[in-house]
Design a protein around this ligand. Structure first.
Ligand code: UPG
Ligand code: MN
Length: 966
């Protein structure tokens, strides 16, 4: 058998026929709606035009979205190559099934032709068996087959000898014989003879059909058929030709009227069945795919000491929004993964320069000495202590006395660690600050301080069962120098780790994303090491999943459906987007290398010289030396063992805030600047260099993070995303420009467009959501009248769209309720967070303000079910302006509904705007969290000031529409 592409993973295409059909339907409905609107634009008002514009935009988005999900496969088969791989007698046997029922409706001559075409196929005859099932139990059919089998003895050799194309005789003889030089005398003679015999066969069968009782019935062959009724008779099995029953591994079934038209069809089919691994490779780019990795095989291919080193990066920014205990848990889970400890180094970047974070890490490193051996000894899962200890200990036979003792001791130690960190958080100035370790932190300000680098753990003897290196890095900050938020932190980590350990692979996670699957390094190495071509795997991205997801996803923050459909669709194109966390990078890719081994300078690509090295990577000799090693395929800082602490000094220099001036950091290499979603931009530039990426979804999930719950935190996060995405869209790195100038594939470009356009969505969404209320109050309309048959278009669109969405959620294992919650949250997010994101980009483009990376607050709920469960899914509010547009929208709709119900200044009968009223009710339902918020108390209520502002805006809107009305 053909060898698989790679023994370590498989790429599995997926198929969703129903989804595709629905998506197509929705697309056509959208088009017809647009066409209808366009044709009747003249007779309708302003609202009609707005609706048309919004719907055009939605249609555009739909196409973008489809293009990433919809990946039809086309297979190319090479039958001629089949026989290069297999000898004729190695080809597998095939059983062919023909079904027929009623000799009156399905004349036997048709069945006979189908059977003859199958018998005559270009495939070794000893590998084929043809079974005809006759549900009519008709002697006529049997008689015809009997006669056909005699004819077949002439027909089959004739077909094979002359390479006849159409092997169903009735088709072959119905076309004129084209004169060609192959038509030798011999051929013509045979042709005429066989044509005659075929006509004879036809006459015989016809004769038998006309006679009600064929004379043969008396002969021995037909005894079984005497006195049978169609619906009541014993089994009849008659074997012709070979006389053995077969049990072939492949089966082919055809209806009695489907003759085999392509005699090579079996070879084509075998190409797919037998050779799928090698031949489909090129076309499977067009599939939505998932990767299956086999970590257990990794160690069959590599010795443990051959596994490549990995540098792990954790970024933390603010000890108030990101409680240090969360960072500590992430770090502990990384230190404890199943991977040789001497191959791992963990670098924590602290943008808060907080002694508290450092203190927490210091304490954690002591605890790690107990925790890591414990995890490895008992195969603990998950390896973030706060998650592990928050669950009940399940009784199992692994729970020996020894284990239970250790468990209790370690649980106590963890509690102690947590208490110490908490105490320290409460105290404003810690006693420890005076000790030598903390001198660096005394008298520093967050935004202005020198570099602090501390080696917390060092695996000096390089023991694979020890602990990985752990290094604390707080880069230099100065108000005069922009620090570029997370992207800046990542670049400093890249350089510091380059100077200290220089592993060829790097993992980056946010401070709240702990490693949930201890085998994740093995999984990702399966992909990184074994792809035939490095270019196919520039980075490995794991989905961003979250712990403690609430039932039915009330805040729509789990993104499960997005990952299941869109992300695996994109995985079948050029590969998943880089999503900022849970990603394994190749260091050389981050260093700006192209797949062909060259680098980019001033828009040109070429080889790297020493002088170029400095211009690209900055003027630290120590660092450029290590960078050169990476680019030439080596890793490590030198060939001989080294002392980590010795390299701290070099690291200090390259973590300074002026280091990047005059080098290419953030523009061509490393994490790119200029956007608050550095992840999308960085990943896109990697794809634009022609690298592909792969998607890795082991079970259990690789990393789990903390999703902000509904309310201010989630909206700030979404606002930042919308801002960042628009910044990319409007920059010189816009995917449209990149597709033309670089190697970004066209459909990958569409996939990027889809996500980048999130930030543009608030505008059409806001208009469309306001439209029903406007129509009701202004006495206008945006939907066809109920009597107009055209109303069916929007109705079927609504039904099919919602059904499609439901189907997707159902397919991803979510409930109907979760589906509704998500639909609702997308509406809410669009007119709150994304709207503000949009505005902040407008302000930036006008030069009025800069965009900032606002860190998301991480909830510290360590025990699920904390607080009353009733409130767990409730939306929370604060005094921020971000809530004003949604509240206004809600108030406007409430006003509209009241005017409609009271029939205030209304002379139109209600039927003519029933559509608008239904839409308005739908909008109110979507904004029900805000409706509850109007009456809620404390953080669950919308503040009075916000309500007042919104009410003022709503009245303004009302007044405007009334003017239009007059
Ligand atoms: O100046 C900064 C700001 C943030 N961070 C870190 O960046 C990470 C992500 O920040 P968070 O507030 O958690 O943002 P999220 O919205 O959860 O992050 C998502 O979106 C970001 C882009 O907007 C990506 O960078 C993240 O990887 C991705 O998880 C955290 O570890 C922060 O500590 C810094 O190191 N320095
Ligand atoms: Mn986060």
């Amino acid at each position: 058998m053909a060898a698989p592409i790679s023994p370590l993973y498989e790429k599995i295409p997926q198929k969703n026929t129903l989804h595709r059909a629905l998506e197509f339907t929705i697309f056509f409905l959208l088009l017809s709606l647009l066409a209808y609107r366009l044709l009747s634009l003249k007779n309708n008002g302003f609202a009609w035009l707005i609706a048309f514009l919004c719907e055009s935009w939605f249609t555009f988005l739909w196409v973008l979205n489809l293009s990433s999900k919809w990946n039809p496969v086309s297979y190319i088969t090479y039958p001629e190559r089949l026989l290069q791989c297999y000898q004729v007698d190695e080809l597998p046997p095939v059983d062919m099934f023909v079904t027929t029922t009623d000799p009156m409706l399905e004349p036997p001559i048709i069945t006979v032709n189908t059977v003859l075409s199958l018998l005559a196929l270009d495939y070794p005859a000893n590998k084929l068996s043809c079974y005809v099932s006759d549900d009519g139990a008709s002697r006529l059919t049997f008689y015809s087959l009997l006669e056909a089998s005699k004819f077949a003895k002439l027909w089959v050799p004739f077909c094979k000898k002359y390479g006849i194309q159409t092997r169903a005789p009735f088709r072959y003889f119905s076309t004129e014989l084209v004169s060609s030089n192959d038509n030798s005398m011999e051929f013509l003679q045979e042709y005429r003879k066989i044509k005659e015999r075929y006509e004879e066969l036809g006459q015989k069968i016809e004769g038998a059909t006309l006679k009600s009782m064929p004379y043969e019935l008396s002969s021995a062959e037909f005894v079984a058929f005497s006195n049978v009724e169609r619906e009541n008779h014993p089994t009849i099995i008659k074997t012709r030709v070979s006389g053995v029953m077969t049990n072939a591994p492949f089966m082919r079934n055809v209806d009695c009227d489907m003759y085999a038209n392509n005699p090579q069809i079996f070879h084509h089919a075998m190409c797919l069945l037998l050779g799928s691994k090698n031949e489909q490779d090129c076309s499977s780019k067009w599939n939505p795919v998932s990767y299956k990795t086999y970590p257990e095989r990794l160690l069959q291919c590599y010795r443990v000491d051959e596994l490549p080193p990995v540098d792990m990066f954790v970024t933390a920014a603010d000890p108030m929004l990101e409680p240090p205990i969360i960072t500590v848990n992430t770090v502990l889970s990384l230190l404890a993964v199943d991977y040789p400890a001497n191959k791992l180094s963990c670098y924590v970047s602290d943008d808060g320069a907080s002694p508290l974070t450092f203190f927490a890490l210091l304490e954690a490193s002591k605890f790690a000495k107990l925790w890591v051996p414990f995890c490895k000894k008992y195969c603990i899962q998950p390896r973030a202590p706060f998650r592990y200890f928050s669950r009940e200990l399940l009784p199992s036979h692994g729970n020996s006395m020894e284990f239970l003792q250790e468990y209790r001791k370690i649980k106590e130690e963890y509690e102690e660690l947590r208490r110490r960190i908490e105490d320290e958080t409460l105290k404003s100035i810690s006693n420890e600050l005076s000790t030598a370790e903390f001198v660096a932190f005394s008298n520093i300000k967050r935004g202005s301080h020198p570099t602090i680098i501390k080696v917390i753990l060092e695996n000096k003897e390089s023991r694979s069962d020890g602990l990985p290196h752990l290094v604390y890095v707080s880069r230099e900050k100065h108000p005069k120098h922009p620090h570029h938020y997370k992207a800046g932190a990542m670049n400093v980590l890249t350089r510091v780790s380059g100077a200290m350990t220089n592993a060829p692979f790097m993992l980056n996670v946010d401070c709240d994303m702990y490693a949930n699957n201890p085998q994740i390094f093995h999984h990702s190495m399966c992909l990184l090491l074994s792809s035939k071509n490095e270019q196919d795997c520039g980075f490995v991205q794991t989905p961003q999943s979250f712990y403690d997801g609430l039932k039915d996803d009330p805040f729509g923050n789990q993104f499960g459906v997005l990952y299941k459909y869109v992300a695996s669709g994109i995985a079948g194109l050029q590969g998943p987007h880089y999503s900022g966390t849970g990603c394994f990078h190749r260091r050389k890719v981050i260093y700006g290398l192209w797949p062909d081994g060259r680098m980019e300078f001033k828009g040109r690509i070429g080889k790297l010289t020493d002088e170029r090295l400095e211009k690209t990577f900055g003027n630290s000799k120590e660092f450029t030396k290590t960078a050169a090693r990476i680019l030439s395929g080596l890793s490590g800082v030198s060939d001989c063992p080294y002392d980590l602490s010795n390299r701290v000094e070099a690291a200090h220099q390259i973590a300074s805030c002026s280091y990047e001036y005059g080098a290419n950091w953030g523009t061509k290499i490393g994490w790119l600047y200029g956007t608050t979603t550095e992840d999308i931009l960085t990943g896109m530039r990697i794809h634009a260099r022609g690298w592909k990426s792969t998607d890795c979804r082991p079970d259990p999930p690789a990393f789990l993070g903390c999703a902000p719950s509904g309310g201010p935190a989630a909206l700030i996060q979404q606002k930042r995303w919308a801002t960042g995405l628009l910044e990319v869209l409007f920059s010189k790195n816009s995917p449209f420009i990149i597709t033309f100038t670089a190697k970004l594939q066209f459909r990958q470009c569409l996939a990027y467009m889809w996500i980048l356009s999130w930030g543009l969505r608030p505008i059409p969404e806001l208009y469309y959501l306001a439209l029903p209320a406007y129509c009701i109050m202004a006495g206008s309309h945006f939907l066809p009248n109920v009597q107009d048959p055209a109303v069916l278009i929007p109705i079927s669109l609504f039904v099919s769209y919602n059904f499609h969405t439901l189907l997707e959620y159902w397919g991803a294992g979510y409930s109907i309720r979760a589906c509704w919650n998500n639909l609702r949250m997308w509406r809410i997010t669009a007119v709150t967070a994304w709207l503000f994101g949009f505005l902040s980009v407008i302000l930036k483009l006008l030069g009025l303000s800069e965009t900032v990376f606002e860190v998301t607050k991480k909830d510290q709920s360590t025990t699920p079910g904390e607080g009353s469960d009733k409130d767990a899914g409730r939306f929370t509010f604060d005094g921020s302006l971000i809530f004003v547009p949604a509240t206004t929208l809600l108030l406007v709709h409430l006003m509209a509904l009241v005017t409609a119900l009271l029939g205030l200044f209304d002379h139109v009968e209600i039927e003519s705007r029933i559509g608008e009223i239904i839409c308005s009710v739908w909008v109110v339902l979507c904004f029900s969290p805000f409706l509850k918020g109007l009456f809620g108390k404390g953080k669950y209520g919308i503040p009075k000031s916000t309500i007042c502002k919104s009410a003022a805006l709503a009245f303004l809107f009302f007044a405007c529409t009334i003017t239009v009305r007059k």
